[in-house]
Design a protein around this ligand. Structure first.
Ligand SMILES: [Zn+2]
Length: 153
């Protein structure tokens, strides 16, 4: 006699597999969807963009940060103030796109921050930067240098 406990376990495993397949398919779709109509306002203290058929808008806090960029559930997007220096405008905006997309995907759809939302956000950051005429490798190197400095190593 198969116990209902075993049936429940099997069903939970099937559901889990389906959820993982759905997540993977959704991430693939998101990777192909462009971020549109990116706008900065209030002197680069606000970003709005269209993604996945929706419009998202967040405040940008510019101050000394431990990480170059991150986001909070209540506080919007945070970018280190060093990113506002001359010649870094495209980098600053690309990072803001990254944090906005990541925040949107985690809060709106419950994507996992590191292995799902971050991966999509990095692709959209690159797309934005390159469309603005920026160099991806130079951008990554400068963000990494600043990150290493802020982290104190
Ligand atoms: Zn990220």
């Amino acid at each position: 006699m198969a116990s209902s406990g075993n049936k429940r376990k099997r069903y939970a495993a099937v559901r889990k597999r389906r959820e993982e397949a759905l997540r993977a398919a959704f991430v693939k779709v998101l990777m192909r969807s462009p971020v549109k109509d990116v706008r900065f306002s209030e002197g680069n203290r606000r970003i709005s963009l269209s993604f996945a058929g929706e419009r998202a808008a967040y405040a940008i806090r510019v101050q000394r940060e431990v990480y170059v960029g991150h986001w909070g559930r209540k506080s919007g997007i945070h970018i280190d103030r060093a990113m506002l220096s001359k010649g870094r405008s495209k980098s600053f905006k690309a990072l803001a796109v990254h944090e906005a997309v990541e925040k949107f995907l985690v809060e709106r759809y419950g994507l996992r921050e590191d292995e799902e939302a971050h991966v999509v956000a990095t692709a959209k950051e690159r797309q934005y930067l390159e469309r603005a005429g920026g160099d991806w490798n130079a951008h990554q190197a400068s963000v990494y240098r600043l990150w290493a400095k802020l982290d104190g190593h």
